[in-house]
Design a protein around this ligand. Sequence first.
Ligand code: G3H
Ligand code: 13P
Ligand code: ZN
Length: 328
Amino acid sequence: MAIVTSKEMFAKAYNGGYAIGAFNVNNMEIIQGITEAAIEEKAPLILQVSSGARKYAKHVYLMKLIEAAIEDAEQTAGFDLPIVVHLDHGDSFELCKSCIDGGFSSVMIDKSGLPIEENIKITKQVVEYAHDHGVVVEAELGTLAGVEDEVKVKAEDSSYTRPEDVQHFVEATGCDSLAIAIGTSHGAYKFTAAQCTRNEKGILVPPPLRFDILDEVSKRLPGFPIVLHGSSSVPQEYVKMINDNGGKMPDAVGIPEEQLRQAARGAVCKINIDSDLRLAMTGTIRQYFNEHPDHFDPRQYLKPARANIKELVKHKLVDVLGCAGKAQ
Ligand code: G3H
Ligand code: 13P
Ligand code: ZN
């Protein structure tokens, strides 16, 4: 199987009450960890590339690595691994066009920071070009809080999606899926201590997602695929591993997995996960360095990091997204 669009994947996910995992990729070990998990769990997959990742690794390297993963799945596991290659948070028509021309099967145009009519204008332009080339488009309404390389939104500048806007936006743009803001947030510090309560172990408990907004959006867009960004759960065992091995990540907190599972049962067909992969990789490498101060071969510490990414992704596919076995 070659690279596919998300059209059929989302239709099946919507009707089947599960979501597809969209994992951010930057290098070979991350791509291998994720794809090996998807092969073992027979799960459909979205690999997404941010503009920062594209600058870091170069478009051609990432494309060739993903093509290699598809070929490897066929040759070593005899499995047709369906993969969507997606641009994450495209910020201009030119960037989207370059990814479409370079073989991506899906792009996101994120103009959620602009007034809605300006968002519509640029999104529509991307949709027209993408559809002419057999590529699908994700757009965004509402603004998530959080900080990552090229996506920086202060909590006070974030805003929930207004359900009364979604029908007009989708009809006017022709987009294929819609990312909405219902309380998720990018990065490993999704909420301040002041926004949370603490459980008996002193761990921060975030405010619940706004399922009322999700319900209202899905009523207004029946059958239409919804996307959640900022959906890492920030596993506390990896935060501890980082902190126990020289790191400093106080009060890092994510979205509880049972809430993501609940969203996946409804209209949410794509759930974005990046920070959890970063935490698994960094925690594993920090611990390895502490335990083996004399080692200096990158393969020695990248191997367990890749293995832990694979385990983490398997857990997400089976227990959170519910998409294991859905690629058969
Ligand atoms: O939402 C953003 C993604 O997690 C990518 O982050 O721009 O640091 O690669 P990045
Ligand atoms: P996290 O930072 O929660 O992993 O979100 C990733 C994301 O939304 C990528 O677009
Ligand atoms: Zn995002």
